[in-house]
Design a protein around this ligand. Sequence first.
Ligand SMILES: C[S@@+](CC[C@H](N)C(=O)[O-])C[C@H]1O[C@@H](n2cnc3c(N)ncnc32)[C@H](O)[C@@H]1O
Length: 277
Amino acid sequence: MAPSDEHHVAAVVAAQDTGHGTAHDYEKGSPHLRHRSLRSMLEARLRGLVAGRRASTGGCDVLEVGGGHGTFTRCLLDAGAHVTVTETSAASAARLRSELGSTGRVEVLHDRTGEDVLAADRQWDLAVMTAVLHHIPDYLSFLDRLVPLVAPGGSLFTAADPLHYPDMPARDHWADRGAYLAWRLLQGDYARGLATRVRRLRGIHDDTEPSDLVEYHVVRDGVDETAVARLLDDHFGEVEVFRYWASQAPLFQRLGEATSMRTDFGVVATRRLPTRD
Ligand SMILES: C[S@@+](CC[C@H](N)C(=O)[O-])C[C@H]1O[C@@H](n2cnc3c(N)ncnc32)[C@H](O)[C@@H]1O
């Protein structure tokens, strides 16, 4: 089914809601939250973007898409930003509201379609997505429609997505897969794991299987970082792609970081150009 097919997109969004329910542990399978080296690298970049904007305009309004339980929302707030944070998961939106609402600097939007925010009639200084692009079937179309929400001179930051598998060196891809499977073997729920593995080997994706929908591009081809950068290049004065190693188990994270292998990426686009009429 095409990634833009209406029913397919609705199924993926519904899976985000059920897959990130009240009891969901965001940290468990997320290297960028678990490992201090990755988390502080991302936080430092976000703090820098907020500080830069505050220095030039006196404030920084941030749109964070898919805030989860607010790890990076808190970082943005600590840096002095006002944050509008969206979530397709009702449970996560409720938690964000109850934990951060009292700061008076956070607005939480439960985005039921995952695209409601794209119709917003306002602009933000900085748009942020961490570990979100790979959940969106047509992420290029999403980004294309997100760009107009960034104010002139503003920035867009996205990170914690898998590199495009077809363009990765085979060594890096197989090291990544091997490290993931070794970690997965320690997580239990073997019947489901085996059924998923068999579907993967047969190249089948099933719209009724949450694990085929939630981590959408992780279980397909990864996210095409070159296409993302190319799209943003048309709208920003500067676009940087940074690639890094990310793996679930602490041991494999340490080992991978000591090599030149790369699995994940982020993009920082700065100096949003004025729109052309
Ligand atoms: C892997 S989690 C990352 C959460 C958080 N950004 C972090 O890094 O800790 C992805 C989150 O994005 C949400 N999500 C997925 N697609 C979305 C969309 N189109 N709009 C808003 N939230 C979305 C999911 O519900 C989930 O909570």
